[in-house]
Design a protein around this ligand. Structure first.
Ligand code: PGA
Length: 255
């Protein structure tokens, strides 16, 4: 049985005061939620303070990026050790915005992935096709090549500690969600690919999240699909009610 994970990707949103009150509200409201894993991934500048606010709660803390080196002359970057130091458990890697805006390649994602795992953090590796690629019938090819490149060189044990997030680029922040059938088809492909790269036993244990306009009112049908093990939530993670609605939907899913 895979435990569902709902992770909020705040991106570059919210200020210090609103971050803190959102986290405090979530801690209070999710006190008794035990059948779903929940995490928030705020901007890195707030991680330390929010890590303290989350201490002792059942909500995990995640970063939206990390660098692959432990320390040194890398102006503007943050190491995995530093993230761990302030209470992070998760790190999102290779989000489509990092790939498209900041030029991250599969190789860069892969280097970061190895650093994140070496630090004992849980990576959430994002993959997904653009609208043009989907319309050209290349979804499977693109997603498989991103998975192969981003996940290269992992041992079975490391793969088991890695979360994959399928996020079709055309569904991110657009209000256009993949239908549950469209998402499930790609999740199933990813699991089959992991089965061939690792083993079927390993692939059955890997958590594969869906991301792209997940909301409280579409979460249940997406999360009910057999190969969708949770959600990476952008816009709807910025408000307490909408994020809680998604966690509640996850908590009611029976598989
Ligand atoms: P969205 O973003 O939920 O706002 O579409 C998801 C993501 O980018 O992780």
């Amino acid at each position: 049985m895979r435990r569902l994970l709902i992770a909020g990707n705040w991106k570059m949103n919210l200020d210090r005061g609103r971050s803190l009150s959102l986290v405090q509200g979530l801690v209070e409201s999710l006190r008794n939620t035990s059948n779903v894993d929940v995490a928030v991934c705020p901007p890195s500048v707030y991680l330390g303070e929010l890590g303290k606010a989350l201490h002792g709660s059942n909500i995990g803390l995640g970063a939206q990026n990390a660098y692959n080196q432990p320390e040194g002359a890398y102006t503007g970057e943050v190491s995995c050790g530093m993230l761990k130091d302030v209470g992070c458990q998760y790190v999102i890697l290779g989000h489509s915005e990092r790939r498209a805006i900041f030029g991250e390649t599969d190789l860069m994602v892969n280097e970061k992935l190895h650093a994140v795992l070496a630090a004992g953090l849980t990576p959430i590796v994002c993959v997904g096709e653009t609208l043009q690629e989907r319309e050209a019938g290349k979804t499977q090819q693109v997603v498989e090549s991103q998975c192969k490149g981003s996940l290269a060189g992992l041992s079975h044990e490391q793969m088991l500690k890695t979360v994959v997030a399928y996020e079709p680029v055309w569904a991110i922040g657009t209000g256009k969600t993949a239908t549950p059938a469209q998402a499930e088809e790609v999740h199933k492909d990813i699991r089959e690919l992991l089965g061939s790269l690792f083993s079927s036993e390993t692939s059955q244990k890997v958590i594969i999240l869906y991301g792209g306009s997940v909301k409280a009112d579409n979460a249940l049908e997406l999360l009910s699909e057999p190969n969708i093990d949770g959600a990476l939530v952008g816009g709807a993670s910025l408000k307490q009610d909408s994020f809680l609605g998604i966690v509640q939907a996850a908590s009611s899913v029976k598989k």
